[in-house]
Design a protein around this ligand. Structure first.
Ligand code: NAD
Ligand code: DAU
Length: 339
């Protein structure tokens, strides 16, 4: 594999993936297509922008002539599709961009790949398409799709389109579904970077509802290694789940963060719950372990400390974002920045 196209490479996971791939494969070159929405940030890849093996093309995955101009060059061995509207709270406030990018954008890519005979396609999806678990059990690749938010519904719709193209056109796709990622370069509307940033500034941490909702945390680089394994070894038409085997309630994670940052629990503020808030996500990743020889390598203890250290050493990165178009769901509900 010499040249791949990545969509959404200026976001959190895409930028980590591009950096990891360029480090891991000295012969590989990458074209990154990204429209630079509020979540896309050129600073995420500032360290590699001069690399001769990296090219950035600003553009929208819904723009077929633009996508054709990249995939039609004839040198593309694979496409790894990250670009999406990714934040559940925003999908509750306005679902339209989610359907536009996540559904129509994916369809545009599929059609362009078909007409240019792109040899390999990876759909980066999410465990949220499976819906919500009770206290017991895990999501497997056989779990029926039951998305609960407009975000997860749009991701499930995209997955169904990919599945239908495999079935109907022998389209060479695999789908990956991962649990909650954490690590460097995550947009600070998401729980971990938001809470680290707020705590550092002695601002409240808005915990939705009771804080008893459970997420399964995985380091972003473990997810990226899984996507790479699916890209190279995944069987066409198959789905691969990735998770970190690190289940935690939001309130336990919040208390742990405050302890590591040496800040008081009094910063915790319980706020109105997210509508339709999924109770629990937990991934069974046995298939990826046995078929892709993948397993998460980074312990939560080590990864969380390194992540905290990264946000502390990169406060300018967050400040530059916060001066732009940035509002959390909580801000939107209650007006203004959190006190
Ligand atoms: P992100 O919001 O940080 O980044 C999304 C990127 O896509 C941004 O750079 C944005 O500019 C770009 N983009 C959005 N719309 C576009 C369009 N129409 N055309 C071109 N570029 C566009 O998202 P993320 O957290 O890095 O997630 C990446 C992918 O991984 C998404 O598909 C998401 O559903 C999936 N995923 C995320 C997680 C997680 O925990 N963050 C877990 C599982 C799966
Ligand atoms: O599971 C994978 C998914 O993880 C990805 O598909 C999504 O793109 C990604 O955003 C993430 O979704 P979540 O909704 O789980 O992540 P978020 O960081 O928004 O919230 C994590 C949990 O914390 C969730 O239960 C809601 C809660 N929360 C979140 C925020 C932002 C709070 O209690 N307060 C907050 O301010």
């Amino acid at each position: 594999m010499n040249h791949i196209v990545v969509t959404g490479g200026c976001g959190f996971i895409g930028s980590n993936f591009i950096r990891l791939m360029l480090e891991t494969y000295p012969e590989l070159s990458i074209t990154n297509i990204d429209s630079l929405t509020y979540a896309g940030n050129l600073a995420n890849l500032a360290d590699i922008q001069e690399s001769k093996r990296y090219q950035f093309q600003k553009g929208d995955i819904c723009d077929r002539p633009f996508v054709d101009s990249i995939l039609g060059k004839g040198n593309v061995d694979a496409i790894v599709h990250f670009a999406a509207e990714s934040h559940v709270d925003r999908s509750i406030l306005d679902s339209t961009p989610f359907v536009t990018t996540n559904v129509n954008g994916t369809l545009t890519l599929l059609d362009s790949c078909r007409s240019h005979e792109t040899p390999r396609y990876v759909q980066v999806s999410t465990d949220e398409v499976y819906g919500s678990l009770g206290d017991e059990g895990f999501f497997t690749e056989e779990t029926p799709l039951a998305p609960n938010s407009p975000y997860s519904a749009s991701k499930a719709a995209a997955d169904m389109l990919v599945r239908s193209y495999v079935h109907t056109f022998d389209f060479p796709a695999v789908i990956t579904r991962c649990s909650n990622n954490y690590g460097a370069y995550q947009f600070p509307e998401k729980l971990l970077p938001l809470f680290i940033s707020n705590a550092r500034n002695d601002q409240s941490l808005p915990v939705y509802g009771t804080g008893e909702n459970v997420r399964d945390w995985i380091h972003v680089l473990d997810h990226c290694r899984g996507i790479d394994a699916a890209l190279r070894q995944g069987k066409v038409g198959e789905v691969y789940n990735f998770g970190g085997r690190t289940e935690m309630t939001n309130i336990a994670l919040t208390r742990l963060l405050l302890k590591l940052l040496d800040k008081p629990d009094s910063l915790i503020k319980y706020v109105t719950d997210r509508p339709g808030h999924d109770q629990r996500y937990a991934i069974d990743c046995a298939k990826a372990e046995s078929e892709l020889n993948w397993s998460p390598q980074i312990s939560f203890e080590q990864g969380l400390q390194e992540t905290i250290d990264w946000y502390i050493s990169n406060e300018e990165w967050i400040k530059n974002i916060q001066s732009g178009d940035y509002m959390t769901y909580y801000d939107q509900q209650y007006g203004g920045r959190l006190a």
